[in-house]
Design a binder for this molecule. Structure first.
Ligand SMILES: NC(=O)c1ccc[n+]([C@@H]2O[C@H](COP(=O)([O-])OP(=O)(O)OC[C@H]3O[C@@H](n4cnc5c(N)ncnc54)[C@H](OP(=O)(O)O)[C@@H]3O)[C@@H](O)[C@H]2O)c1
Length: 157
């Protein structure tokens, strides 16, 4: 039977690329959700949508990515980049959906000569409060996860 994969942020740069891959793959039924379909900060609608589709996997590529914008709009940024992810993780956990959360590499300072991994300490440059919001996500979100189930994957790219 085909696995169902649902992607949030499907009209974004990353979401569009992910769509191309999974639409070609006969093993998956692809469901793409744009901002028009769902505002990820609307938690009631988010839950209803996931209850309706019951995907096996969710990939969340929704984010406010402009650092200057984030710093000028901390409340909105916190809602989209942090609280929504926290809620999405809770909903996925309750519905037994595997969640793949995409984040940014911009939590690292770029000084290390080798590629960074998730165990490296974060160090944002200057007074970069916008990025600090991004750092908040994995900490809160991973605290919901149960690693032995391998149900929650967190990627920084
Ligand atoms: N692209 C890269 O090279 C790159 C590199 C490193 C990390 N990343 C990470 O990958 C993730 C996605 O990046 P991206 O480049 O694909 O960003 P993007 O092109 O800006 O896409 C983000 C998507 O999120 C949607 N969105 C924003 N607010 C929303 C909301 N409240 N509800 C629902 N949808 C909403 C946007 O829709 P609207 O435009 O219609 O609002 C857009 O489709 C981010 O976490 C980013 O940090 C990307």
């Amino acid at each position: 039977m085909k696995k169902k994969i649902l992607v949030f942020g499907v009209t974004g740069l990353l979401g569009t690329s992910i769509e191309k891959i999974f639409k070609k793959d006969k093993n998956y039924k692809f469901i793409g959700c744009s901002h028009r379909d769902i505002d990820i900060t609307n938690h009631k609608k988010l839950k209803k949508l996931l209850q309706k589709h019951r995907p096996n996997f969710v990939i969340n590529t929704v984010a406010l990515i402009g650092i200057n914008f984030c710093e000028k709009n901390p409340e909105k940024t916190m809602n989209v980049n942090a609280f929504s992810v926290y809620n999405l993780a809770k909903i996925c956990k309750s519905l037994n959906i595997t969640l793949v959360q995409i984040s940014t590499h911009a939590v690292f300072d770029g000084i290390k000569k080798k590629p960074y991994d998730e165990n490296d300490a974060t160090n944002t440059c200057g007074d970069n409060t916008g990025i600090a919001f991004v750092e908040w996500i994995p900490l809160r979100w991973l605290s919901l996860s149960e690693p032995q189930e391998n149900k929650y994957l967190y990627y920084q790219i």
